[in-house]
Design a protein around this ligand. Structure first.
Ligand code: M6P
Ligand code: ZN
Length: 192
């Protein structure tokens, strides 16, 4: 870990950062129950367990004054008619935000609050997206050919709460309809 201020490079066309400490790989098998079409999920999984998305993290102490940062790469594909996406999470410390900068690809960020407010923002290269404190967030790759690549930074003490989303899902799903992404209600969303 650095003990002096430091710089690193992010390739403008996407790709991996010039330095990182941790490479997190999520395969399709870690997404069980996250997609609406369970049969399509099992069918895809039976053909192999492809890498779904990857996160390159720069390690910093997980304390309030620090910023945790890195690059995420979401590979293209669909489960049924839903595009590949991240699990999504609330922050354990709910009152912490997160900033994203899109480097390449095409995507959407699906967000909601514990009170059930929701927002879906399109996300394309050059755009900064600010996730307000209290908002759960999931990124969706709406291209079927290209990786979605973005830089992120969030407070060191934020933590990840996956349990709430695993239980209730997000209010909105992003599906392909006539070759384009469409925001639809999640029929299984339960407010707990
Ligand atoms: C973003 C950040 C990371 C997160 C990653 C994968 O890059 O928010 O903190 O780990 O997405 O998303 P998830 O943790 O929801 O699987
Ligand atoms: Zn987050």
């Amino acid at each position: 870990m650095h003990n002096q201020p430091f710089t690193f490079e992010l390739p403008k066309q996407g790709g991996i950062p010039s330095e990182y400490d941790n490479h997190l790989v999520r395969r399709l098998s870690s997404m069980r129950g996250m997609y609406r079409d369970h049969a399509a999920y099992e069918a895809l999984l039976s053909q192999g367990d492809p890498v779904h998305y990857e996160v390159y993290e720069i390690k910093r102490p997980e304390v309030a004054g620090e910023l945790l940062q890195g690059v995420s790469v979401i590979h293209p594909g669909k489960v049924g008619n839903e595009y590949f996406m991240t699990k999504g999470h609330f922050h354990q410390v709910l009152e912490t935000g997160e900033v994203y900068y899109c480097l390449s690809g095409q995507g959407m960020m699906v967000m909601e609050t514990p009170e059930g407010d929701w927002s879906v923002q399109e996300f394309c290269p050059g755009q900064v997206l600010y996730v307000l404190p209290r908002w759960a967030h999931r990124s969706v790759n709406t291209s079927l050919t290209q990786d979605l690549v973005f830089f992120f930074a969030y407070p060191g003490n934020a933590g990840h709460n996956y349990g709430t989303i695993e239980q209730q899902g997000f209010r909105k799903l992003i599906v392909e309809s006539n070759g384009a992404p469409l925001v639809v209600d999640n029929p299984h969303w339960k407010h707990r």
